[in-house]
Write a protein that binds this ligand. Structure first.
Ligand SMILES: [Zn+2]
Ligand SMILES: [Zn+2]
Length: 404
């Protein structure tokens, strides 16, 4: 078991590391694994120990526990070349900026619209990093996105050592030359990556959870390059040197959402009928109203499936939706990281609880496939919200800039 670059509870270490072992108290004034503030309680050791409630999901850590690492240096990174790429001139421009950032150990924000084809733009940079013996991390908050990215990267770098980390991953605690990980899984790693890509940096939960920022900071080596990818950059990230790509890879503009005010379920049903032969995604604001909308559609003779984050059949349902022209009612769980060919999108109660960033991402689901580069996005709302207008203005601005 290799635990170089990792910090894990001593009871999980099955081998003797001798003089290379470094041990640290697991809980001091704060938890040394997640950084959370500990709670005091009776302990199996007989004393009243402090323990951490914040990272219980990874196993309980108490004052009387130790965290262990192996102090030896990591193995050298092996070079690997990516398969041939067909990048558009715009994508090439971004790819070059990323390569330069890696060579100069700098920081960069890549502001690219939904459907710009972000993943292949990373490959020249990754190749450069591996050639310079730099260990690469691509991290994103969502496990679905990790799985999808892993497929792409494995297809591009056939002989690289690639590790994919998410809850339930078989490669748990491993370290690759290219590691693709949910941000949560980084909790076990320390100072081991020289190049860090954060995908969907302005996506929930990364945008609001400071703990995740700490995880990323801790896994970066001292002079690591940091490349942020975002379709909806926050004010904070816009301070970084920025490259922008406002045009989709297939060259067609982003679909601009239509607004439908003071709607009733009948309007949605009519809209669904008007796209009867295509897959239709209907976004609702909360899990609680999924069943209600399903019932309404059923009464109108439309069959619809529902999906949300905690749905155990989520992956199966999403796969089924991919291949059938049906209706899928969903929460914002499908707002990003998924591509459905020829999908049409409606948002009900779009004025309620959707942020501008979420609405932009949702609109970005439409027309991603070069075979069906256009499609409809419609926002049903009963009131006006800033987010609605911000999202539409942002999409129109991107189209203007992309087609100047
Ligand atoms: Zn903790
Ligand atoms: Zn104890």
């Amino acid at each position: 078991m290799d635990i170089r670059g990792r910090l894990i509870p001593s009871d999980q270490v099955k081998v003797s590391l001798g003089s290379n072992e470094r041990r640290y108290p697991a809980v001091t004034w704060r938890c040394q694994r997640c950084g959370g503030l500990p709670t005091r309680g009776p302990c199996t050791c007989g004393k009243r120990c402090y323990y951490c409630r914040h990272c219980l999901i990874f196993g309980k850590l108490r004052t009387c526990d130790m965290l262990v690492t192996d102090a030896r240096p990591l193995d050298s990174v092996l070079p690997s070349r990516h398969e041939a790429l067909a990048l558009t001139p715009d994508q090439q421009r971004i790819a070059t900026a990323i390569e330069r950032t890696i060579e100069q150990q700098g920081r960069l924000l890549v502001h690219a619209v939904c459907g710009a084809g972000k993943t292949p733009m990373l490959f020249p940079g990754i190749e450069t990093a591996l050639r310079l013996k730099k260990r690469v991390l691509i991290t994103t908050p969502r496990a679905d996105v990790v799985r999808e990215l892993t497929l792409h990267v494995k297809r591009a770098f056939l002989d690289a050592r690639i590790v994919s980390l998410f809850g339930g991953s078989e490669e748990r605690l491993q370290l690759g030359d290219i590691t693709i990980s949910t941000t949560h899984q980084l909790i076990h790693y320390r100072a081991c990556f020289d190049v860090v890509f954060i995908d969907e940096v302005d996506a929930f939960p990364y945008s609001t959870d400071r703990t995740l920022h700490r995880y990323v900071k801790r896994v970066m080596c001292r002079s690591a390059s940091l490349i942020l990818l975002s379709a909806t950059p926050s004010f904070r990230n816009k301070r970084l040197p920025t490259v922008r790509l406002m045009r989709r890879y297939h060259g067609f503009p982003l679909p601009v959402p239509q607004l439908h005010f003071s709607y009733t379920p009948v309007h949605l049903i009519e809209w669904l009928h008007s796209h009867a032969d295509k897959p239709r995604l209907v976004f609702v604001p909360t899990v609680a109203v999924l069943a209600l909308w399903q019932e309404r559609l059923e009464q109108a003779g439309l069959t619809a499936e529902t999906v949300h984050a905690a749905d155990p059949d989520r992956i199966v349902k999403v796969e089924r939706f991919r291949t059938t022209a049906t209706i899928l009612l969903t929460t914002t769980i499908l707002e990003r990281g998924v591509t459905f060919s020829n999908v049409q999108v409606a948002v009900v109660d779009a004025d309620v609880s959707f942020t501008a960033a979420a609405l932009i991402q949702i609109s970005g689901r439409v027309g991603r496939d070069a075979a069906f580069p256009s499609g409809e996005v419609i926002f049903f709302a009963n009131d006006r919200s800033n987010a609605l207008y911000e999202a539409i203005a942002d999409i129109q601005r991107a189209n203007r800039e992309g087609f100047r």
